[in-house]
Write a protein that binds this ligand. Structure first.
Ligand SMILES: [Zn+2]
Length: 330
């Protein structure tokens, strides 16, 4: 046995009073260190786990009831066609709430020729403060105008109302996750509805202008994709994914719906759908339209609050939140 070890053993085994004291001290120190390590490990596991719990599952935080309350507030303003007093109030309501949830609101104002002459439109774009200049972002969109009718009172509970109220609730939910919020822009389009029929120059005024600004500044690459919501509040919810939906997004939405046991609310539509996603897809930002096109009261005076349910808003909100948190930035 080498000298060193022998000396150590002698020190350890010595029966002197001093030796016993030294041994007890050494043991106490060892136990203290072990307890400290254990506490540190527990603290790390707890906080790490807790962070995953509250920061990682925004789909559990989306409230269909909150969304429905926003829809009701908008519908209570009456018909909200472009350039009306009511749509200005709707804009103020959106801005007030978006700012409350921590977003900065940009007004994208423009005028365009319509079958009724020149009309002033305003898109609202919500950015998270200090969002990174580089790094791709994702767009969440809804139109907040209602179709202009002369003969009926059209309040657009589902068409214009449902997706806008839900997008406000989504703003609250994403705002609870600043790292996610910094990678998302929320866009509220004006002038989605055509005055007569959808043509190259009638309808989609807001999204055409928004896409055109991006195209002109050549900033398409900033956006990796988008989800458009439209008519998502019908009690009898079936989201009909149109044939012109981007493939990967379609697959991912089905996967997200599967994960939340909501697959039965999503199906394929047998045709293209012309909506605010069209101008975005045209400039190279793959965007999917989550719309329930099977809605009998569509563009009638019967598109009212009683046709909607909080559950439907919740379903689409949760599936979208799941996609955003788990799949959009893979
Ligand atoms: Zn419509």
């Amino acid at each position: 046995m080498p000298n060193e070890k022998r000396r150590w053993r002698r020190w350890w085994q010595t029966d002197s009073f001093e030796g016993k004291l030294r041994r007890r001290g050494a043991l106490a120190l060892l136990v203290l260190v072990l307890v400290l390590v254990l506490v540190l490990v527990l603290v790390f596991v707890f906080f790490h786990g807790a962070r995953r719990e509250t920061h990682g599952q925004p789909w559990l935080e989306f409230s269909g009831e909150n969304a429905l309350a926003h829809v009701r507030a908008l519908v209570d303003l009456g018909p909200r066609p472009p350039d009306s007093a009511a749509i200005k109030k709707a804009r103020a309501y959106l801005r007030k709430n978006l700012e409350k949830f921590g977003w900065q609101v940009e007004e994208q104002a423009f005028t365009d020729e319509t079958p009724r002459g020149k009309v002033a439109f305003v898109n609202l774009i919500a950015h998270w403060p200090n969002e990174p200049r580089n790094g791709q972002r994702f767009l969440l969109c809804s139109h907040y105008d209602t179709k202009t009718f002369d003969s009926i009172t059209f309040v657009g509970a589902n068409d214009g109302g449902s997706s806008t109220g839900a997008l406000l609730e989504m703003a609250r939910v994403i705002g609870l996750h600043p790292d996610l919020a910094a990678r998302v822009d929320l866009v509220f389009f004006d002038g989605e509805e055509a005055y007569e029929n959808f043509t190259a120059t009638d309808g989609l005024y807001g999204s055409r202008y928004f896409a055109d600004q991006i195209r002109q500044s050549k900033t398409q690459k900033r956006y990796r994709g988008g989800i458009l919501w439209d008519m998502m509040g019908d009690r009898d919810l079936t989201i009909t994914l149109s044939t012109d939906s981007p493939e990967q997004l379609t697959r991912d939405i089905f996967t997200a719906a599967d994960a939340l046991n909501a697959r039965n609310h999503f199906t394929y539509f047998n045709n293209d759908i012309l909506d605010d996603q069209t101008p975005l897809n045209k400039i190279g930002i793959p965007t999917i339209d989550l719309i329930d096109f099977d809605y009998p009261p569509w563009h009638t005076a019967e598109d009212t609050m009683d046709k909607l349910s909080a559950e439907s808003l919740q379903t689409v909100g949760a599936v979208t939140a799941y996609y955003l948190a788990e799949m959009a930035f893979r």
